[in-house]
Design a protein around this ligand. Structure first.
Ligand SMILES: Cc1cc2nc3c(=O)[nH]c(=O)nc-3n(C[C@H](O)[C@H](O)[C@H](O)COP(=O)(O)O)c2cc1C
Ligand SMILES: Nc1ncnc2c1ncn2[C@@H]1O[C@H](COP(=O)(O)OP(=O)(O)O)[C@@H](O)[C@H]1O
Length: 340
């Protein structure tokens, strides 16, 4: 791990937290500006899918070869929301999870730029000058083939290359391709995108989403109170309060892994319902997990669900007894899918 500046910095509203020896920076002021050169990749990286993973791996590898620190520069909130308020796309990963996933890829620095209207108005030239040159001292910039930056998304990889000549860095574009599976050979490359993963999740195809992500899609939330009906039915369900833009799979019933903060070594099978509880004429769309092999109070706990397979759609049953019989079957199917 390359040492890059002090572990903790306090600046005008800027925060730095060091976790697992990886530096996390927030805000332009927080980027040191007084260190050597680096290899940087820039993007939103929502989902950290296989294409992102390949791009970040290339950045880490290039940095190692040149004995420079590797930097992942990302934005929060999603730029689309700032440019067109109300248009935030479904979010595949929270900022914290994104940081965790990216850190696992071996980067030295995870830097977040708050995406403000002011930042969105910087021309490509200004962005490069202020952020990449003045602050980061980029030696090499590696971005995805579809990368756009600066006011009105006017900047492209070619813009970076031209500005690189002027400011003394090199720019490279990396394809966002990943191999479908190692045994499929070299002709099975597919281009991954966050939009594609969102559409899989939206359609309930969590298997295709997992294939593109390289791991199951995860929803994280806090367990809140529901109607108090589940326990009466014999199937108590932990109802998740989710982050605002969370990418929720299509209504239906899913086999998931259930994880709890503070119990990191444990993952339990769960039969999960996504929908409005039409049998009871519910209105609110909820995500509720019946956790197999567990009987404990979960209210207020931070939990996560990894979506492995869709079992069926939501059904409006005529009686609660019919619903319970179907949930009996869902539990059997969940064990079949997840094993154990
Ligand atoms: C595995 C599973 C499958 C479910 N399937 C359906 C369904 O097909 N139709 C439906 O109306 N509700 C379904 N539900 C949701 C129940 O109606 C809901 O869990 C119950 O009303 C308890 O709600 P509460 O947690 O708010 O008390 C399902 C729940 C689980 C755990
Ligand atoms: N195996 C389990 N799966 C899910 N929740 C459980 C389980 N065992 C106990 N619980 C507790 O029961 C609560 C759910 O009971 P339920 O009657 O459905 O109430 P609510 O409508 O408030 O969700 C959960 O929030 C959790 O605290």
């Amino acid at each position: 791990m390359t040492a890059v500046g002090p572990a903790h910095r306090e600046g005008r509203g800027a925060r730095t937290v060091t976790l697992h020896h990886v530096q996390r920076w927030r805000g332009v002021e927080d980027l040191p500006g007084d260190w050597g050169r680096c290899v940087v990749t820039i993007g939103v990286f929502d989902g950290v899918h296989k294409g992102h993973q390949a791009l970040i791996a290339q950045t880490v590898e290039t940095a190692r070869q040149r004995n420079l620190p590797s930097v992942v520069l990302t934005f929060d909130p999603h730029p689309t929301e700032v440019v067109r308020p109300g248009s935030h796309p479904a979010q595949l990963t929270t900022l914290t999870r994104k940081a965790d996933l990216i850190e696992q890829l071996g980067v030295d620095v995870f830097a977040v730029l708050p995406f403000t209207p002011e930042l969105s108005r910087l021309s490509p030239d200004e962005f490069v000058h202020r952020v990449l040159v003045d602050r980061l001292h980029a030696a090499t910039v590696i971005v995805g083939e579809n990368f756009r930056f600066g006011h009105k998304a006017a900047g492209t990889v070619d813009t970076l290359k031209i500005l690189g000549k002027r400011f003394g860095f090199t720019a490279h574009e990396a394809s966002l391709q990943g191999r479908a599976s190692p045994e499929d050979g070299e002709h099975s490359e597919i281009t991954y995108s966050s939009t594609y993963v969102r559409s899989c999740i939206d359609a309930g195809d969590v298997v295709a989403a997992a294939e593109a992500l390289g791991r199951p899609h995860r929803l994280e939330g806090i367990v809140v109170r529901g109607e108090g009906r589940g326990r009466v039915l014999g199937y108590p369900t932990a109802n998740l309060s989710l982050p605002r833009y969370a990418a929720v799979p299509a209504d239906g019933v899913y086999a998931c892994w259930f994880l709890r903060q503070g119990h990191e070594e444990e993952r339990l099978p769960a039969a999960v319902s996504v929908g409005t509880n039409p049998t009871f004429s519910g209105r609110e769309r909820t995500v509720e997990a019946y956790v197999l092999d567990l009987d404990t109070d979960l209210y207020g706990q931070q939990v996560a669900l990894d979506f492995v397979q869709r079992l069926r759609g939501q059904i409006t049953f005529e009686t609660p007894e019919q619903l319970v019989r179907e949930i009996d079957e869902d539990v059997v199917r969940t064990r079949d899918v997840l094993g154990g």
